[in-house]
Ligand binder design. Structure first.
Ligand SMILES: C[S@@+](CC[C@H](N)C(=O)[O-])C[C@H]1O[C@@H](n2cnc3c(N)ncnc32)[C@H](O)[C@@H]1O
Length: 357
């Protein structure tokens, strides 16, 4: 961000003030979006099949009549933020969905509503109030663990029936659906494979997409026992409960989608070495397929870099994980004993990294 712009000292100060306020208040856009998701505004407009006026929305959402003007002000901000588009119906202002809000329709195959609720869940926001204390601690705990007294994964797993685990898996599933689009561009990566282990593959959304495209590949989804306990597979798609830090079933290729960013370098190295062991039966033809971010601070795309840096903060504070820069990927991959790799951008802000023994 360059503040050495032209203009008087006052103008520069006014700009600085606006910049400051914008950042202090940016949480309001996030929370207004969460309110919209919780209220069901997007679903109501989608179900209506055409743009809705504020009174129509208020009545459909069964809001208290005193809240109609409040709803209008929420919609005004969310429209400004690009989630709704204003149009006119019978001379009245009505609100339509936009491409970002269409990604929040419940029941659609790609629905980010659980992601919004998961990321803005009180448990992942409360910890931020303890960051000063965290900086003074010697212990190598993630902010979440330091503030809440347990790891984030322990919190999620404490009660597998709880909606907490459902939130994480729902959020992951939505993200994985985007992979369906990317699969068209990177299908060559999977061609020729006979077997694949989707390590820490959650409920298997990505494996199912790969299976649809390449039914002959024998896909195994490895995740924690409590995650895969009630999941049933098909002939070429099976679920295995286990621990990727102990061992990974053998296969031609191992997929690690949004896994390594959860872990620091030492633990990521352990996972990668187990992956290397898993593909060792395939000699030089085996491969690891990593899908994660690759931060490039020199990129001209400020919005993209900011998103990646936000992801990095989330990974660091929740799990002591990290989003890696290109040079960090290089070190991690070579330290794990691999001989070459190739990074290709996919899904707008992620990268697909093919790693070879
Ligand atoms: C960020 S999610 C990624 C899920 C999936 N790869 C995706 O992109 O949708 C991380 C996954 O790691 C799993 N996990 C955590 N520790 C694990 C372990 N020791 N062994 C196997 N899976 C583990 C979690 O249960 C969770 O499903």
């Amino acid at each position: 961000m360059d503040f050495k712009s032209n203009g008087s000292e006052e103008t520069q100060l006014y700009h600085a003030q606006i910049h400051l306020y914008k950042h202090v208040y940016s949480f309001i856009s996030s929370m207004a979006l969460k309110s919209a998701v919780e209220l069901g505004i997007v679903d109501a407009i989608h179900k209506h099949g055409k743009p809705m006026t504020v009174p129509e929305l208020a009545s459909s959402l069964k809001l208290h009549p005193s809240k109609v003007s409040v709803l209008y002000r929420f919609l005004r901000l969310l429209t400004h933020d690009g989630f709704f588009a204003k149009t006119t119906v019978k001379e009245e202002t009505a609100y339509a969905l936009t491409p970002p809000s269409k990604l929040l329709i419940n029941g659609e195959s790609t629905c980010f509503a659980p992601l919004v609720k998961g990321i803005l869940h009180p448990c992942s926001l409360d910890m931020w109030h303890s960051s000063k204390k965290w900086f003074s601690e010697e212990k190598d705990l993630a902010l979440y663990e330091s503030a809440m007294g347990e790891t984030f994964f322990n919190f999620l797993n404490k009660d597998s029936e709880s909606d907490k685990l459902g939130l994480l898996q729902g959020a992951m599933a939505a993200d994985s659906q985007m992979f369906k689009l990317a699969l068209k561009d990177c299908s060559h990566v999977f061609e020729g494979l006979e077997s694949l282990v989707d390590v820490a593959g959650g409920t298997g959304v990505v494996s199912k997409l790969i299976h649809e495209e390449f039914p002959h590949i024998k896909c195994t989804v490895l995740d924690q026992p409590q995650v895969v306990a009630n999941l049933s597979g098909t002939q070429n798609l099976n679920f295995v409960g286990g621990d990727m830090f102990k061992s990974i079933p053998p296969a031609d290729a191992v997929l690690l989608k949004w896994v390594l960013h959860d872990w620091d370098d030492e633990l990521s190295l352990r996972i990668l070495k187990n992956c290397k062991e898993a593909i060792s039966g395939k000699g030089k033809k085996g491969k690891i397929i990593i899908i994660d971010e690759s931060i490039d601070e020199t990129s001209d795309d400020h919005e993209l870099t900011e998103l990646q840096l936000h992801f990095d903060m989330v990974m660091m504070t929740l799990h002591n994980g990290k989003e890696r820069e290109k040079k960090e990927w290089k070190k991690l991959i070579y330290d794990a004993g691999f001989s070459s790799y190739k990074i290709t951008p996919i899904c707008g802000f992620k990268s697909l990294i093919e790693v070879y023994p």
